[in-house]
Design a protein around this ligand. Structure first.
Ligand code: GLC
Length: 514
């Protein structure tokens, strides 16, 4: 069964493009060159990312880069690899299993910096981990005064290592601002070198809010690119790395069909609509999938009882265990789970504004997240005031998140904007019914139970009382056990795997290669 909107990608692909990009570079047919009769060489894709599971994660990007290459590698004639920084957080166990390939020097402005190349295989995917202790042996991945320099180094290193690998990708698939300099460096410094010819670059926006904005001095001090190319990077009087990628990548994609349209609207774009609108070839939106093997209530070792759509009893046990763990009393009202970052665009304000009404309806809340102090304090206060109804865990506790996905009845995710969102899909996989605002990937994956094939509850306007209305409708249906169980079973049976999306990426890669 599938809920997927398949229009996103084909809609955005212009007729007959893919042979010529903005740079007038003709895209030869590289990807499946014939070797012998019936034999084809694989399409080679290198994912460049600042995070990827199982090595380093701070958000959804790590989930995507941790699972999409593996899903693509299952397809015929695909060879996908991933490159990311070797952070301090990468465990000694992983380090012991890595193989050292070589070290090289990478230019960062006028300096040359060491870069060690390590490799490790995870299933069918080869990972390259790039080492520079000065840049990456730190506690945490981001938030340092020199983040710009660190990821300029990484982006340049991704291109510099290619001749050393004995493996030339057809496409480098870059993700978010941290790798946005790869297409810029490629156009300006590498594309005419024999070893680099005909590589195509795809750039995926996972969240348009984080663009990598710095002072203009970084162009000469860190990038070392000729000043007559500064127009590629300049935006509103600053250097904007994401804008550079939008100017220079062969194709721009984002993580849901709805977000692909929304980011052309100033309400969502954080200014970037002015750069995106100039891309004649449009923006492709492909909905993310989730790792349905890792997120499986039939096997998940983190939850107290296992269950499936046909054997649902275990979910009731998980609910009971969650209430006990959180010292909440049970009633006939639903348990509402929230797993999020406590930041404004996740819609926490809507929850705050209507929290008392929802408590009066008897709802229980199990909340997990961290972020802005304002919201952490609010939930802590609510827990102190209503200890039988509210439980909050401040922090990043993956096992607790699983227990909430399994034990809650409703999953509340009223985001102001949400490029894709993975939590709503994980919740549905665990039979927890999402209540979401119709934005980005939430709109493309959750459909209101009032209509055909509904798997959740949705509301349109970013308004606390519209959200409350959707919560009330969910609570009312929760009272009708027969209908509720049918909804839970349907939500669990929807297809959240990468399968459909991986096909769409392959179609896109083919079109980029010509
Ligand atoms: C970002 C987005 C989120 C998306 C994830 C993976 O974290 O905010 O909506 O699911 O990237 O693409």
């Amino acid at each position: 069964m599938s809920f997927r909107n398949t229009i996103g990608i084909t809609d955005a692909l212009p007729q007959g493009t893919g042979s010529q990009n903005d740079w007038g570079v003709s895209c030869g047919s590289l990807h499946l060159c014939r070797l012998e009769k019936g034999q084809v060489s694989p399409m080679k894709i290198l994912f460049a990312s600042s995070e990827a599971l199982p090595f380093a994660a701070s958000g959804g990007l790590a989930d995507v880069v941790g699972s999409l290459p593996a899903a693509l590698s299952q397809k015929k004639d695909m060879d996908c690899r991933v490159v990311l920084p070797l952070y301090r957080s990468i465990t000694p166990e992983v380090r012991n299993r890595m193989t050292f390939l070589k070290d090289i020097n990478v230019e960062v402005g006028w300096r040359k910096q060491y870069c060690g190349i390590y490799t490790i295989a995870v299933g069918s995917v080869t990972y390259y981990l790039l080492d520079n202790p000065y840049y990456f042996m730190r506690d945490g991945m981001y938030g340092f005064y020199d983040d710009c320099e660190r990821f300029i180094f990484f982006s340049r290193a991704v291109l510099e290592i290619l001749p050393e690998l004995g493996w030339k990708p057809n496409i480098i698939h870059c993700n978010d601002w941290q790798t946005a300099m790869i297409p810029v460096f490629y156009r300006v410094l590498y594309q005419y070198h024999q070893e680099y010819e005909n590589i195509r670059i795809l750039y995926t926006i996972h969240n348009i809010q984080y663009q990598g904005v710095y002072g203009k001095e970084v162009i000469t001090e860190l990038m070392g690119i000729p000043t007559y190319h500064t127009n590629l990077l300049e935006f509103d009087g600053m250097v904007n790395l994401m804008k550079g990628a939008i100017e220079t990548a062969d194709r721009i994609t984002t993580v849901s069909p709805t977000y692909a349209k929304e980011i052309l609207d100033p309400w969502y774009s954080y200014g970037m609509d002015r750069a995106l609108v100039r891309r004649q070839d449009g923006i492709v939106g492909i909905l993310n999938g989730i790792d349905v093997v890792g997120y499986n209530p039939e096997t998940d070792p983190n939850i107290p009882k296992h269950y499936s759509a046909t054997k649902i009893q275990g979910k009731k046990d998980c609910r009971k265990a969650l209430l006990e763990e959180c010292h909440l009393t049970d009633t006939n009202a639903p348990v509402i789970g929230i797993v999020t970052r406590f930041v404004a665009h996740k819609g926490i304000q809507l929850v705050q504004q209507t929290f008392h009404e929802m408590l009066q309806m008897g709802c229980r809340f199990v909340i997990l997240g961290s972020g802005e102090r304002l919201y952490e304090d609010f939930f802590r206060e609510m827990q102190a005031e209503y200890p039988e109804q509210v439980h909050v865990t401040v922090g990043f506790v993956p096992a607790m998140a699983r227990r909430i996905y399994a034990g809650a009845d409703i999953f509340l995710m009223p985001s102001q904007n949400e490029p894709c969102g993975l939590a709503q899909m994980v919740a549905m996989r665990y039979g927890t019914i999402p209540v979401v605002r119709e934005t980005g990937g939430l709109k493309d994956s959750v459909f209101d139970a009032g209509g055909e094939n509904g798997n959740g509850f949705t509301f349109k306007t970013y308004d606390a009382y519209d959200m409350l209305d959707a919560v009330k409708r969910a609570c009312a249906l929760f009272g009708d056990k027969r209908k509720w169980n049918a909804l839970v079973r349907h939500a669990m049976k929807c297809d959240y795997s990468w399968n459909t999306s991986a096909e769409q990426y392959m179609e896109l890669y083919r079109s980029v290669l010509g």
